[in-house]
Design a protein around this ligand. Structure first.
Ligand SMILES: Cc1cc2nc3c(=O)[nH]c(=O)nc-3n(C[C@H](O)[C@H](O)[C@H](O)COP(=O)(O)OP(=O)(O)OC[C@H]3O[C@@H](n4cnc5c(N)ncnc54)[C@H](O)[C@@H]3O)c2cc1C
Length: 474
């Protein structure tokens, strides 16, 4: 604490108002705790301002345009015109509505929202520096602190983000003009979601990925429909190539790549988008002052209550480890608030579902068949293709399948993989099944409304039991 500075006391000080931080704040407020939520940028953090929400808004808007222009098979002829500035403005409106809502909810829950950058001054005090020249700083003496700072996009050497030639995901969400051509470095979920948006806007997209396939971590047959569609959209893939450098050319830039064997290639484009992963941000927090050190991957390690190695300090969200996903951050935020309030709460989810909002979407939860075998189960697998789903055919999107992995003996559902229309929504039912220890009979015996995509979930469970109606069973 600076001499002469009077510290404000607070029961809970939360650093960062992203999904982890604001959820912790609202829940702590609901539980009657005195909460201070400190945010140096925008309430809502990455997810609401520069991540999940803006990217999904643009994915939807570009889908609307693309679908309208490609519906001749349904007897619909249209030639949509995209006004990118208006599309981005609409997206910004969605973001503002949500961030405004979160701010109101924080206030209504009694949360004291403070603008500024926080760092630890000692074991019990945070120093908050307000933005803007001459705006000063203040200190907060906390009983409990929650670190909910974010992750930043990883920069690869030679590809420092400059907002002009080398863009991160954040700048792609605010483009002023549709680029003619883009080289996307990285075929992970962010790279693939952005590539799909750009391709549907008419940009020539070249994806460079050092691994042998896109979407690492997902099974080959789950990825296949996404790759097929991406290629149909004109996306060109170069696997096994690392981005080595770039330089300006007469028409834009040239990105050079290199294979493991030293073979070089060059790709011309207007700009390059680098999406090779994200790294947790703890270096701005003066963690030494509170006696904390991140692990060698930069994360703050926590226990089942979200508590770090220092009893009074908790960590949630991207900074607390993989998977770096908003719904995982939010759950951690809730649990931490409940633990601080003395409620019996713990991080004990069986699994964290994950979704990729490509075309088609991917949604997964729990174990794959291989993982189930490795864990000592004798898995039985049920599968239902969307080509056999009446509802999928009526949407014009029938590529993909639902697969359920269960324990053959007990019938307990261990995991599921969905690739296809609305996989992001369908995986919720399967997440519930995994979490509550539902069996194949539970899902197969539940009447699902007709005609819906969710019938494919029921039929996949029936298929695992050997009696799906709308496909031939194994
Ligand atoms: C393009 C993109 C798309 C994504 N899509 C999805 C998706 O579809 N689904 C999904 O689940 N996840 C998605 N994510 C990931 C998701 O956004 C993050 O996992 C989530 O936002 C993490 O929440 P958080 O609370 O840990 O951090 P954040 O939401 O990043 O919030 C951290 C906040 O802390 C503030 N802060 C940092 N340091 C300080 C400090 N010293 N003092 C005060 N404030 C500070 C920051 O300004 C920020 O507002 C996406 C991410 C990106 C980039």
């Amino acid at each position: 604490m600076v001499v002469g500075d009077v510290a404000t006391g607070t029961e809970v000080a939360i650093i960062g108002a992203g999904t982890g931080g604001y959820v912790a704040a609202i829940r702590a407020g609901q539980l009657g705790l005195d909460v201070t939520l400190i945010e140096e940028n925008h309430i809502g953090g990455t997810c609401l301002n520069y991540g999940c929400i803006p990217s999904k808004a643009l994915i939807t808007a570009t889908d609307v345009a693309y679908e309208a222009g490609h519906a001749e098979g349904m007897g619909v002829y249209a030639d949509p015109e995209v006004h990118l500035d208006e599309m981005v403005e609409w997206k910004d409106g969605v973001v503002e509505r949500l961030t405004g809502g979160v701010e109101k909810l924080c206030k209504a829950s009694g949360v004291n929202v403070v603008e500024g950058r926080a760092e630890f001054a000692n074991e019990t005090t945070l120093r908050v520096v307000h933005g803007g020249e001459g705006q000063g700083s203040e200190s907060y003496e906390f009983e409990h602190a929650v670190v909910a700072t974010w992750s930043r996009p990883i920069e690869i050497p030679g590809f420092e983000f400059d907002g002009e030639h080398v863009l991160s995901s954040r700048e792609v969400l605010d483009l002023e003009e549709i680029p003619d051509s883009v080289v996307v470095v990285g075929a992970g979920y962010i790279g693939m979601e952005l590539s799909t948006v750009l391709a549907k806007l008419g940009t020539d997209v070249t994806v460079v990925e050092m691994l042998d396939d896109m979407l690492p971590g997902y099974e080959a047959d789950v990825v296949r429909p996404v790759k097929r569609r991406a290629e149909d959209l004109g996306i060109e893939f170069h696997f096994g190539e690392s981005a080595a450098g770039w330089e300006e050319s007469d028409d834009g830039i040239v990105v050079t790549t290199e294979t493991e064997d030293g073979e070089e290639s060059a790709y011309e484009a207007d700009v390059t988008v680098v999406a090779v992963g994200r790294a947790p941000v703890t270096d701005t927090l003066n963690l030494e002052a509170v006696g904390l050190e991140p692990n060698d991957r930069g994360f703050l390690e926590t226990d089942h209550e979200g508590r770090t190695a220092v009893d009074s300090v908790f960590a949630v969200g991207d900074v607390a480890g993989e998977p770096m996903l908003a719904h995982k951050a939010g759950r951690e935020g809730q649990v931490v608030a409940e633990v601080i309030a003395g409620e019996p709460s713990a991080l004990d989810a069986v699994s964290v579902p994950a979704v990729v909002f490509t075309d088609p979407e991917i949604g997964t939860v729990g174990m794959t068949e291989d993982e189930a075998e490795e864990a000592g189960f004798e898995p039985v697998v049920g599968r239902f293709p969307f080509t056999a789903s009446g509802r999928a055919l009526t949407t014009g999107h029938s590529d993909g399948f639902v697969r359920i992995v269960a324990d053959e003996d007990s019938g307990f559902i261990l995991g599921a993989q969905v690739v296809g229309p609305e996989a992001s929504e369908l995986v919720a039912e399967l997440g519930l099944a995994v979490e509550m220890g539902a069996t194949l009979e539970d899902v197969a015996g539940t009447i699902h409304t007709h005609p819906t995509l969710s019938e494919a979930v029921m039929e996949a469970a029936e298929n695992a039991l050997g009696h799906a109606i709308h496909i031939l069973n194994r």
